[in-house]
Design a protein around this ligand. Sequence first.
Ligand code: UDP
Length: 234
Amino acid sequence: MSIRTKIMLKLTGEVFLDKNKQLSGEPVRSIISQLKQLSKTHQFGIVVGGGNFFRGSQHGKQLGIETAVGHQIGMLATMMNGLILKDLVEQQGLSAALFCAMPSPEIGEAISQQTIHAALESRDVLIFSGGTGNPFFTTDTNAILRALQMGADVVWKGTNVDGVYDHDPRTNKHACKLTSVSYDQAFNKQLGIMDLTAYALAYQHKKTVRVFDIFTKDALILVANDPTFGSTIQ
Ligand code: UDP
């Protein structure tokens, strides 16, 4: 039985983009080398987004297609990222399992408690792609769902903001970053940390969520070692 701390890491699809918003393996290579540094003490599940390729609501609307079909394409985008991520993880000498919520045996494994447990026993990294398999859900909700399924101790939400603020920092220059936030506070102040479905699931199961800027140098090493890095919701 593994005694490593189990982490669910939610990665936005934007980690596959460079500063000019072009596809690039560089940002994610740096993230993987941090996973490798932590791999003796931490075992990672990763829920990967698809926003670098396709966001269901936004791009579906642009194309004028049915919303649910847009979401299906969004979920396919997360599977493309899953394939990229698995390849890059393995290039750095870590073992990885790729799961697909939309059955695609040529690409990855089906998700069940049995396949998750088997991968926890044998792999360093578990990559969850295909979202929840359902339209109208988000990768944030999926991250909490898979965290519960793999028994993760905590959820690390790597994003492009450096934490949770009491007001929107883009519109209020007096906004303050909150190092620690209770679920009640987050809910009452509508702090917009995650969508409500993700929030409700995390709250119900008392999952601690760390929110931080994944693009900060050594972000994962900092989350692991500095409790004041980013914001903690619990
Ligand atoms: N999506 C979905 N169901 C899910 C998870 C994701 O329909 O359970 C779709 C949704 O359309 C979303 C897209 O997949 O826009 C890509 O995910 P997301 O936008 O969260 O990617 P990120 O912003 O994290 O890169």
